[in-house]
Design a protein around this ligand. Structure first.
Ligand code: ZN
Length: 188
């Protein structure tokens, strides 16, 4: 089932999300719904606060890019992150152009470490403690920001922040209409 996506301006995107336990109600179904929502909206990652649940759950799915051949693999890489925690930032910081389903129409280069040591539980509550890099590390960091009440435009320089300010207020006012369905907060 598709779950409407919460847009910038909704207070849930500014809240600290809560950790969950294996007995969280209908967790399997929620994960399936989040993947379906992400694919429908053409995203590569989705955090639970973006579908109006303030819990530490993230889904990620993308086709890996091969620099040598400049092609995308057929096999999709999928990850479920439950209660993720960045233990260490590794490697150099790099710019990468990011967008966000909650901030439609905004794309900006964001500086983040290329590699991180991440601790998380997967959908079967198996524990992971791994060094990750590439697209997985990039998307994971973007989504973990959502669990901590941050969005990617918070990480822009003061100048770039000023440049996107108007766009952000348009999103918050419900004036931007992407192809996918968003949750509209009724304004007085
Ligand atoms: Zn996002």
């Amino acid at each position: 089932m598709y779950l409407p996506i919460v847009g910038y301006g909704d207070p849930i995107l500014r809240k600290q999300a809560q950790p969950i336990t294996p007995d969280y109600p209908d967790l399997k179904q929620l994960i399936d719904d989040m993947f379906e929502t992400m694919y429908t909206a053409d995203g590569v990652g989705l955090a639970a606060p973006q579908i109006d649940r303030s819990i530490q759950l993230v889904v990620i799915g993308f086709r890996p890019y091969d620099e040598k051949t400049d092609t995308y693999g057929d096999e999709e890489e999928r990850h479920v992150l439950i209660n993720p925690e960045i233990l260490e930032e590794l490697g150099d910081k790099q710019y990468f152009n990011e967008g966000c389903l909650s901030l439609p129409d905004i794309h900006e280069d964001v500086l983040r470490p290329e590699s991180i040591r991440l601790h998380w539980f997967d959908e079967n509550f198996n524990e992971h403690n791994e060094v990750i890099d590439g697209m997985f590390a990039r998307v994971a960091q973007h989504e973990i920001d959502h669990l901590n009440g941050k969005v990617f435009t918070d990480r822009l320089s003061p100048l770039r922040k000023t440049m996107v300010k108007r766009k952000l207020s348009e999103v918050a006012a419900g004036k931007i209409h992407p192809k996918y369905k968003m949750k509209r907060t009724l304004k007085k």
